[in-house]
Design a protein around this ligand. Structure first.
Ligand SMILES: *[C@@H]1O[C@H](CO)[C@@H](O)[C@H](O)[C@H]1NC(C)=O
Ligand SMILES: *[C@@H]1O[C@H](CO)[C@@H](O)[C@H](O)[C@H]1NC(C)=O
Ligand SMILES: *[C@@H]1O[C@H](CO)[C@@H](O)[C@H](O)[C@H]1NC(C)=O
Ligand SMILES: CC(=O)N[C@H]1CO[C@H](CO)[C@@H](O)[C@@H]1O
Length: 277
């Protein structure tokens, strides 16, 4: 893909993601005021076999990282920052069978491919909006700060930066720019989103390890375990319940990464028949 195409696709994708993240605002407040997002603080229920690296590094070696993200911005998205950030989110890629863990890496890589062209972009290209939702009482915008997409999954909006702050160990609500200055924080922001549900919305991690059981409402909305519902979590409002090129891209990338990692994709890849959360 040419750079111009990548840029155009990315601009579209990022703006769609931002809209979806806005839709999560209502439930974000609920989750934050209760026990906290599901998944984020759940201890590992299935341990990995002890190796020199008991975290995701047991699976994603330095060499594999290079193979998964060959076009990444190498001066920012380093392997060491990926591993350091993952230590703060130890459930990422470490729970369930080997197949489950590999599939989670494939899913993460697919969404990252869609959001940042394979860890090429650090910040959203169009920074004209401040993405400040001033109805968020819990997480008011800091004066003069902008909350456009940053990091591997393009964290956006003040309420998401606010909810993420405690989990990433930095006040990124007050200083959102830190996310694009510190690669460890950038990766942490993506792992935060990946492992944190919100209200009745499960975390992507929970879905992929088979922990999420669709409620009656989920079943009626056509939401089933599989990669498809992870698209619904990230950007269902715009990409799901219909056929969209963005969702098709994500599925295409997921299939490619599963092939590269020699793992089956599992069922229910598409969210075309799933209603948005
Ligand atoms: C890559 O990252 C470096 C360090 O953060 C930054 O200065 C540079 O602008 C980035 N390149 C691109 C193309 O975003
Ligand atoms: C929120 O922002 C809107 C649009 O910028 C503005 O009209 C409104 O007065 C603001 N509300 C508060 C409580 O600051
Ligand atoms: C791919 O996975 C299959 C089934 O799990 C296994 O038999 C095969 O050896 C694997 N191939 C590679 C190259 O890892
Ligand atoms: C629509 C669809 O493909 N549904 C499948 C989702 O996955 C389950 C297995 O987990 C299948 O039984 C469904 O047919």
């Amino acid at each position: 893909m040419g750079t111009a195409t990548v840029v155009a696709v990315l601009v579209a994708v990022v703006s769609l993601l931002l809209l979806q993240l806005l839709e999560l605002s209502d439930t974000t407040a609920v989750a934050a005021s209760s026990a906290g997002p599901p998944g984020a603080s759940t201890p590992p229920s299935v341990g990995v076999a002890p190796t020199s690296d008991s975290g995701v590094g047991a699976l994603v070696t330095r060499q594999l990282f290079d193979e998964l993200y060959p076009n990444r911005n190498k001066s920012f998205y380093t392997y060491d920052s990926f591993i350091a950030a993952a230590r703060a989110f130890p459930t990422f890629g470490t729970q369930g069978s080997h197949k489950t863990r590999v599939r989670e890496i494939a899913a993460y890589s697919a969404h990252v491919q869609q959001e940042t062209a394979g860890l090429f972009y650090v910040e959203e290209i169009d920074q004209s909006s401040n993405y400040c939702d001033n109805t968020s009482i819990q997480y008011p915008c800091a004066p003069g700060q902008k909350y456009f997409g940053r990091g591997p999954l393009q964290l956006s909006w003040n309420y998401n930066y606010g909810a993420a702050s405690a989990k990433v160990g930095a006040n990124i609500l007050a200083q959102p720019y830190l996310v694009s200055q510190d690669p460890i924080l950038a990766f942490k922001s993506s792992f935060y989103f990946w492992t944190s549900g919100s209200g009745t919305i499960p975390s992507i991690h929970e879905v992929l390890i088979g922990k999420w059981k669709p409620s009656k409402a989920d079943q009626e909305a056509g939401r089933k375990p599989g990669f498809g519902v992870t698209i619904d979590i990230i950007n269902g409002g715009l990409e799901c319940g219909k056929v969209t090129p963005q969702a098709q891209n994500r599925v295409k990338y997921f299939k490619q990464f599963c092939k590269q990692l020699n793992v089956s994709t599992g069922p229910n890849l598409s969210c075309a028949t799933m209603q948005p959360f």
